[in-house]
Every structure is written in C-alpha cells, then in structure tokens.
Ligand binder design. Structure first.
Ligand SMILES: *Cc1c(COP(=O)(O)O)cnc(C)c1O
Length: 394
C-alpha cells in the first residue's frame, strides 16, 4: 500500500539521520526567535540585514494593502501587473545598474522559468557542482545537455567548454554558478569566469541569492563589486533573503527581459505575487540604496569579521577561510553527529541548523551558521564559546 511504502522510506531516512521535520516559530523573524514559548538566539536565517521584520517593510506592505488590497488576481500578463510590481522592477534596474529587471514569485521559480527559456535540447548547460537545487532543476527542465564541473574548477570548466564547442557546434552554451555558495559561504572566481565565457562565446548566469545586500557597495552583489555587471548576461537574485521580503528576480538586458516575459513559463503561468510583497521588496531596495542601508551592511561586516576571528576554522574545507560572506559552515561530517551537535546547541539556547544530504554531499554534514547585522557581538561570542567547548577545539 502507498502509505506503507512511504512509511518505510521515511523510516529508512530516519535510520540514516536524514529525516526532516518542521518546527513552529511563534513570532517574527529576527536574531532572537521563539519556539514553543522559549526564546533562542537565531543563527539560521538568511535575513542578513534584519529587514524581514523592519518597520519600513511592514509599513510599505500595509500601505500597499490599503491601496491595492491583497491578492494580485491574475498572472502578470493577464491583469496582475500592478504599479507595485513595475515600481519594484524600475528600482531593481537602477540599483543593479542593468537595462531591465523581471520579478518572479520566488528565486526558485526565477531559476525554473529562466534556464529553460535560455537553452533547449542540443544546447549545453555547465553547472558548478555546488549549485543550488533551483538551478539544477531549471537546467534539467530545459532539456539541454547537462554537465557539472567540480566546484570553482576553472580548468575543468574550460575543458567542458572545449567539449561543448566540439560536440555541439553552433549551439548555445550556458554557464551557471553562484556568486556566494549557499552552504559553503565561499565565492566564485567571477572575473576568471567572465574571461572564459567571453573567449568561448558562452552565456553566463550568476545567482546572487546570498550576495545581494551583503557584498559590494549598497549591497549590489559580486558582479557589481567586481565591475563585471555588463559581462554577466543573466543576473539572478532573491528578494527573500537580505531583502527581507519574498520573490526572485532576473536582471539583464532589455531583450533578455522581454524574452523572459514571452518564454519563462513560471512567470507566464503563475499568478503575480501580492502587490504588498513587491512594495515591501521595493522598500528594502530603497533602504539598501540609501546611506542608512549602507551603514547597516557595514555593521553586518563587523559581525562577520568578529565571527571570523572567534571561529577561524569555520570555513569551507580546503578554502581560503577569510570571511567572504555571512555564511559560516562548521563541517562535522557525519549526519548524526551534526544533528546531535545542533540539538545540544539548541538546548543551550542557540538555533543553528544541521545541514545534511542531499542539500550537501553525503558525509559532509555541517552546522550552517549565518551572521546578521542584528546579532549583538555578545551573542556571537557566546555561540563561538559554546561551539569550541562542545567540539573541544581551542
Ligand atoms: C534560496 C536560494 C534560491 C531560491 O530563492 P527563494 O526566493 O528562496 O526561492 C535560489 N538560489 C540560491 C543560491 C538560494 O540560496
């Protein structure tokens, strides 16, 4: 029977410490959150700037509800494009310094709609090994030939590019990577990637989900910070992490955006996000582009640097461990050991997620610590002290 089948599979997941469960948070997101009446210091969210519960976003959303009501009523192409969506896209365009922008209901749906609009059967997608699930799924859905290159491995990527040129001459080649990798916190060698993509005439898609709001002046992301914005054909990001709202976006040329409006199925066949969500995201973009937003981002970097000083071992294995983002992996290895460590930390009042397969490779389980601008220095010190004590590392 179907039920028994799933029960058995769930038991099998549990036996390997790979089962997952929801946990109820009974209040707003922030550096402290409440679970079952108890408060925890939260090192698990991607709300890097503390905007998810910021009065600016709350007020923008409330004002938009008063003006537009809640639901968008239809897809963007039917009657769902309300002023909030266009205002947000104009602000994103200006902030990112591209010709145009298009918003989706989530970052996941941005990837799922965009990649199949760019490539199809007999085209080639080259993905970094550590790419996010949304990028992998978008690439699979496209029907293009898929090749994965080892994480940040430029020489392997180059040989894949040569192979694609030889085997699929005249077809499109799309390189897909992230500027800050979501579970390792390290960065892609963007300038080198741009050189490669130019010399092979390939397209480059860059997911900046964990870079916007964190890296580059006014949080514009790595492409802007490295001054290669023009060279990155497809700049993807999310409004749901540092921007504290919800939704995904693609920035790029006017023709790219017009093409996506015509071909991205997750955009065309899905109801527009509520205008209030777009209004909140616009408030976040406006804040980031302002001096006080930049001040908040610099405060985040003070916290990142403190974390790096206190827990220098937290960093991707074999990587330059210099803090390069707000994400600090503490590699444990064994799945059960990672869960146990997270559970003990939780009993001491810290919420730090254990990340396991298939989000990361088998046997590469880890704590994923995220630092935000709203953490107090003392909270970061306490967490690092607890981790050192529990793992007996000095
Ligand atoms: C979270 C994330 C996404 C998806 O964005 P959502 O807006 O949460 O759907 C895409 N790519 C990366 C790298 C992410 O970390």
């Amino acid at each position: 029977m179907m039920r028994d089948l799933f029960a058995e599979e769930l038991d099998a997941l549990h036996a390997r410490s790979l089962d997952r469960h929801l946990r109820e948070i009974t209040g707003a997101q922030g550096s402290e959150i409440e679970i079952a009446g108890r408060r925890f210091i939260n090192f698990s969210s991607n709300d890097y700037l503390g905007l998810a519960n910021d009065p600016r976003l709350r007020e923008a959303a409330t004002a938009a509800i008063a003006e537009f009501g809640f639901g968008a009523g239809a897809s963007r192409l039917i009657s769902g494009t309300q002023s909030s969506h266009l205002r947000l896209e104009r602000a994103l365009t200006k902030w990112k310094g591209t010709e145009a922008a298009l918003c989706f209901s989530s970052g996941y749906s941005a990837a799922l709609g965009t990649i199949p609009a760019l490539v199809a059967k007999n085209d080639v997608v080259l993905l970094d090994k550590l790419c996010h699930a949304s990028l992998i799924d978008g690439a699979k859905l496209s029907g293009a030939v898929l090749r994965v290159f080892p994480h940040n491995h430029l020489r392997k990527l180059e040989s894949h590019l040569e192979w694609a040129q030889r085997e699929y001459p005249g077809h499109r080649v799309l390189i897909v990577t992230e500027s800050v990798f979501s579970m390792d916190g390290n960065r892609a060698p963007l300038r080198e990637l741009v050189e490669l993509k130019k010399s092979f005439g390939a397209l480059l898609m860059l997911d900046e989900a964990h870079a916007v709001g964190v890296i580059g002046s006014n949080g514009r992301g790595v492409a802007a910070a490295e001054n290669v914005s023009e060279e990155v054909d497809v700049q993807m990001g999310t409004l749901s992490k540092a921007l504290g709202s919800s939704g995904g976006y693609i920035c790029g040329s006017r023709t790219l955006i017009d093409w996506l409006i015509n071909r991205a199925r997750s955009f065309i066949y899905s109801t527009a996000p509520p205008p209030a969500t777009a209004a909140a995201a616009l408030a976040a973009v406006d804040f980031l582009a302002s001096p006080s937003g930049e001040e908040r981002r610099l405060l985040l970097w003070e916290r990142i640097k403190l974390m790096q000083q206190l827990l220098p071992r937290a960093g991707a294995k074999g990587e330059d461990v210099t803090a390069r983002s707000a994400i600090f992996p503490w590699i444990v290895g064994d799945e059960k050991a990672a869960l146990d460590l997270a559970a003990v930390l939780q009993s001491e009042g810290f919420l730090v997620p254990a990340i396991r397969y298939p989000t990361v490779a088998k046997g590469a389980a880890r704590l994923r610590i995220t630092v935000t601008a709203t953490h107090k220095a003392a909270q970061i010190r306490e967490l690092c002290k607890a981790i050192k004590r529990l793992t007996a590392i000095v």
